[in-house]
Design a protein around this ligand. Structure first.
Ligand code: PHE
Length: 342
């Protein structure tokens, strides 16, 4: 085979191989094999000396033409291989924007908060505003001004968390009554005072050392016990739904006179009698009464002119009734299996 023929053959082989290259490294290998400094096409010029003198210019021109042709085809190939590589890369890391999103894991309100808000809504419909009083309270407000004498057993260290000599974690929300009255006098009052209360006591299925109450207070002219009972009956109906019975019994609190205890029929046994209602068919839901004249006076209201009612239901116990929860300790035990049910 003469040199011209093998040169043409080399061109065809190089072009065929170039078509086979699929990635950058194959392209680089091809380039150094044919067009590199010691590439097969580059080295063709060395064969010129072996040719008869008259053929040399033709051969030289042909070699250069092939070099240029191969270089141009090579550049095209580089472009399309890079393009294909990029396309493969994109496909691998592709984001399908049509996929539905993964929902973020969100929590929800605690059962106590849900219950509190439900209670706020019900009383808001009856015209009560929410008034917030402090958790750390003066002894004076928690006891004395509410007509609770110094010898009252509730002051015992067994019942109370003292912060220092004169301050304590409030044992009930009633001290807020004095705060609202002193702030609002001489306007009529219709507020609820929700908040946490603290008692130094044995934790059982029925009692926690901290729990919520929602105090209610109405002060005005000609307010009577009927208003109190009507308000509580309306609340019970709206909170537990229709078809439940409520009753009141006479009771005693130093800061109300007369005082009552509010019961409703036990939701757990439907009034038949069970362990939770101690087989009476009734459950205590709140203490209440007409604001004691001494308390009205301590709040700045003249008891000859003004009268009022107050009530103080818990929050966890009504929720226990409503959702048939038989242990108050579950509320603050932080067990998600419990919390997620509500
Ligand atoms: N403060 C009382 C308690 O904690 C409840 C109560 C509130 C009673 C208002 C009467 C009036 O037991």
């Amino acid at each position: 085979m003469d040199l011209f023929e093998s040169l043409e053959e080399l061109r065809v082989t190089a072009l065929d191989e170039l078509k086979e290259t699929e990635d950058t490294s194959a392209l680089e290998a091809w380039h150094s094999q044919y067009l590199g400094r010691k590439g097969e096409v580059t080295l063709q010029t060395r064969s010129i000396g072996k040719l008869p003198r008259e053929d040399r210019p033709t051969f030289g021109k042909r070699v250069n033409a092939i070099k240029e042709e191969l270089a141009a085809v090579y550049e095209d190939r580089v472009q399309s291989v890079r393009h294909a590589e990029l396309a493969r890369e994109l496909e691998k890391s592709a984001i399908d924007v049509t996929l539905p999103g993964r929902p973020a894991h969100t929590g929800h309100l605690h059962l106590t908060t849900q219950t509190l808000r439900e209670i706020y809504d019900i009383f808001a419909k009856m015209g009560f505003e929410v008034y917030e009083a402090p958790d750390v309270e003066l002894e004076n407000y928690n006891f004395d001004l509410l007509n609770i004498p110094p010898y009252h057993p509730a002051r015992d260290m067994w019942d109370t968390f003292w912060v220092d000599d004169a301050r304590l974690l409030r044992t009930h929300t009633s001290p807020g009554q004095i705060r609202v009255m002193r702030e609002r006098y001489p306007a009529p009052i219709r507020v609820i005072l929700p908040g946490k209360c603290y008692r130094y006591e044995q934790i059982t299925a029925r009692s926690e050392h901290q729990f919520y109450q929602v105090e209610g207070l109405a002060v005005g002219k000609n307010i009577t016990m009927t208003d109190l009972i009507g308000t509580l009956a309306q609340f019970t109906k709206m909170f537990y739904g229709p078809g439940h019975k409520m009753r009141v019994r006479s009771s005693y609190f130093p800061f109300t006179e007369p005082s009552i205890e509010v019961d409703m029929d036990c939701i757990l046994c439907g009034g038949e009698g069970c362990r939770v209602c101690k087989h009476t068919g009734w459950l205590e839901i709140a203490g209440a009464g007409m604001v004691h004249p001494v308390v009205l006076e301590n709040g700045g209201y003249d008891p000859d002119e003004w009268s009022g009612f107050a009530f103080g239901p818990g929050v966890e116990r009504p929720a226990m009734m409503k959702y048939a929860i038989d242990d108050i300790r579950l509320f603050y035990g932080n067990d998600l299996r419990f919390l997620q049910q509500f």
